[in-house]
Design a protein around this ligand. Sequence first.
Ligand SMILES: [Zn+2]
Length: 413
Amino acid sequence: MSPPSLTIEGCRICESPAIEPILDLGRQPLANSLRRDRTEVLPLFPLKICRCKACGTVQLTETVNPEILFGHYVWVTGTSEGARKYSHLFSERTVARTHTGRLFVLEVASNDGTFLRCFAERGDRVLGVDPAQNISATAREAGIPTIAEFFGLALAKRIVESEGQADVVMARNVLPHVADANDVVAGMAHCLSVEGVGVIEFHRADVILKELHYDSIYHEHLYFHSLHSIGQLLDRFGLTPFDVTTSQISGGSFVVYFSKSPRARTAALITALQKEEALGVGGAGPWQAFARRCERHRTLLRSLVQAKKAAGKRVIGYGASARSSTMLNFCGIDHRLLDVIVDRAPLKHGTYTPGTDIPIVAPERAFSLKPDVVLLLAWNFCDEILTQIRAEHGWTGEVILPLPGDPEVVEIA
Ligand SMILES: [Zn+2]
């Protein structure tokens, strides 16, 4: 039996032993371990990030055993409405950067096949890879061929043997979740044809730094990538970025386009690299400052919620995600401060948040309690949620927006 977790002794990407601590969020339970029995004791794991002095990659110090990480707890899958809309834009942008004609498109961690569908509808040949058996089955039933395995060089070799090389190989929000990211990129390089286009989408470190997205630090999220670190990772496998676009996924993401045969860098990529360079994203200083700002944010947010509670107000949370788990645990906001947390996913109702023991309930139930204050934990869906709250519950009161930046209170009249 392998141990529950391991502390890295060197960088996961370049193996340099020169790693320096950045931020310690304390020992925390796994962010997705929602449980129905409040008395069930959850294991705690260190939640810290460090930076590799050699290649600049910011990463988690602890690798939790995937069998435990992706174990028994409540998994809510599916694609949000926002992502569905975005999938069309994503495919148009990708197609615009490839050669004309029918393409063979391969997607790593293809989930329910939403993004591949846009290519299939154009007449392209598509193939998805996703380790989750149930999700892969759903995708296949919906007509998207999907292999239910982990993607790496070994599987890439089998795919090329049977299907040939791909014109497009894409991986959206998957590289930060895989400890052996080198193996995934090696596989992508193997599958990509010489004239093909690779696409990687990831939550961008410059926005994490600037807007203080420390809530995106949890045990499943092993890397916090920048254009700088992604460029170095791709370079290890002879791949060269040539263009970049942005998306609002995760509250701010980069979509990097790369190829085997070097293509001229676009003005968009040159500008984005210069901006990152000016911010010093690849260096230690901005990350040390980030850590100090996170600690200050914790004090501000906790005091704000405590003050509302002390004034006799009823406070609830909105959004029981992995991200909110990190924020609640780090800030020490638990069931004594929040009566309930609203979530729209029925599978989560009747469970308790890990480490903070707050009951998760349906929106109708939460708003029937007539809360005075809503702590908007899912702040990256702010507009969508505030519109829903007004339209469906006719609620008025105060909303605490914890992020981006300093906490803010807005009045909903
Ligand atoms: Zn490194």
